[in-house]
Design a binder for this molecule. Structure first.
Ligand SMILES: CC(=O)N[C@H]1[C@@H](OP(=O)(O)OP(=O)(O)OC[C@H]2O[C@@H](n3ccc(=O)[nH]c3=O)[C@H](O)[C@@H]2O)O[C@H](CO)[C@@H](O)[C@@H]1O
Ligand SMILES: C=C(OP(=O)(O)O)C(=O)O
Length: 421
């Protein structure tokens, strides 16, 4: 398994471009299952999860043609095998997003319970309950969700669905299924994440009738079919936030292009609280770190509050800040696995349930650490860049799921990073 070697202690400086968002690309690729016509996507990030999703769609009979540097054309006319086998999806949470589109368009599906980051139990009961409310018959057997539409018309029926908690992929799955259902579906307590809005805008350009995406009530008037469209994937707000934290933690100055601060309000506010100087341009963000960061406390919660996918990176930043920060994780019950690894680098962290107290130290020292999940890996990269001496990060395959060409981008910013096969 590949490792990453980082010679830390250098401030990041320069400019890099941000890639398309993993968590927008994955659901939008699944939208390709909803139509027989070509769906052309651009700004698709080159990530392991994206490659896995494309393989999965191809084995279902969807035509997959790579188009230029960052584009793909999906042709759903050949969809004939509505199965997502465990072997293909065990590394990827977003695989469950094929369930709604398959049931809605093909009338049946057999989808393995998903893998992804081991940051909590991550059940999919809300996805299942929502599809059942739309009339799908569902049983879960031997690790697979089997779903079937039994109505005379062969279509799902619109329903009013109120999810027990805010779920991002749950909202996305049900929204996609509802596009081809008969009548109106109302999703209450819907996730408001920008990635949900990006998916909705792609679906609308395919002819779906959706209103309210970005609020907690989404209304979908089902249509008989969706048509082809062209859509550009939104920039990755979490990749953006990660590079901002890396620049802040190393005392650097960077400009990130092909991105926008508009989905990052709360992250930008926390970086300002930490003492960073930030300039937001139309398609770029510039950050200049202070001499010494100030500790910033935070509490994760659904959008527009602080994103759980940025919690680990801010923990790394707080490790080298002045003062103590209290970090509360309210979304996932097991998302502090990076803390013990950060402690190996000399961080001062105390964990009590869903709360971590991080007291900044003058400097971290390089060591060998183990990456346990995607954002945990990102936090170790940030800490390694800020630490004195060499840090070796083991099991970096997680990083390849979510960060495009990370060594190349960091090197462009002056970091000394190399991959050890
Ligand atoms: C591919 C993708 O977009 N992944 C993101 C998505 O994950 P994902 O969509 O899996 O996360 P959810 O928003 O569904 O999870 C939120 C909480 O609800 C719980 N839950 C969810 C569904 C369900 O049926 N039952 C249930 O109990 C989860 O265990 C978790 O505690 O949103 C998370 C929260 O912003 C992010 O960390 C992930 O990066
Ligand atoms: C948790 C994440 O990914 P996934 O939902 O794909 O496991 C993430 O993007 O931080």
């Amino acid at each position: 398994m590949d490792k990453l070697a980082i010679e830390g202690g250098l401030p990041l400086a320069g400019e890099v471009a941000i890639s398309g968002a993993k968590n927008a690309a994955l659901p939008i690729l699944c939208a390709g299952l909803l139509s027989a016509d070509p769906l052309t996507l651009t700004n698709l990030p080159h990530l392991k999860d994206v490659a896995t999703m494309l393989r999965l769609l191809a084995q279902m009979g969807v035509g997959v043609t790579l188009d230029g540097v960052d584009g793909v054309v999906l042709e759903g006319a050949g969809l004939n095998n509505p199965v997502a086998p465990y072997e293909m999806v065990k590394t990827m949470r977003a695989s469950v997003l094929v369930l709604g589109p398959l049931v809605a368009r093909h009338g049946e599906a057999k989808v393995s319970l998903p893998g992804g980051c081991a940051i909590g139990a991550r059940p999919v009961d809300q996805h299942i309950k929502g599809l059942q409310a739309m009339g799908a018959e569902i049983r879960v057997e031997q690790g697979y969700v089997h779903a079937k539409v039994t109505s005379a018309s062969g279509r799902l029926k619109g329903a009013r669905i109120c999810t027990d908690m805010v779920t991002v992929t749950g909202t996305e799955n049900l929204m996609m299924a509802a596009c081809l259902a008969e009548g109106e579906t109302v999703i209450e307590n819907a996730a408001r994440e920008p990635e949900v809005v990006d998916l909705a805008s792609c679906l609308i350009s395919m002819g779906a009738r959706i209103s309210g995406a970005g609020t907690d009530v989404i209304r979908i008037q089902g249509v008989e079919r969706l048509h082809g469209a062209t859509h550009s994937i939104m920039p990755d707000r979490i990749e953006t936030g990660t590079y901002l934290c890396a620049a802040a933690a190393t005392g650097g100055e960077v400009r990130l292009t092909r991105t926008s601060a508009s989905y990052l309000d709360v992250v930008v506010d926390k970086l300002l609280d930490a003492g960073c100087d930030i300039t937001c341009e139309r398609d770029a963000i510039r950050l200049k770190a202070p001499q010494r960061l100030k500790a910033v406390s935070l509490r994760t919660a659904p959008y527009p509050a602080f994103p759980t996918d940025m919690q680990a990176q801010f923990m790394a930043l707080n490790c080298v800040a002045d003062g103590a920060a209290v970090i509360r994780e309210t979304i996932f019950e097991n998302r502090f696995m990076h803390a013990v690894e950060l402690m190996r680098l000399g961080a001062d962290i105390r964990i009590d349930g869903n709360t971590a107290v991080v007291t900044g130290v003058p400097a971290l020292q390089g060591a060998t650490v183990m990456a346990t999940d995607l954002r945990a890996s990102a936090s170790l990269v940030i800490a390694g860049l800020a630490a004195q001496g060499e840090t070796i990060i083991e099991r970096i395959y997680h990083l390849d799921r979510g960060y495009e060409r990370i060594e190349e981008k960091l090197s462009r910013l002056g970091a000394r990073v190399r991959r050890i096969p």
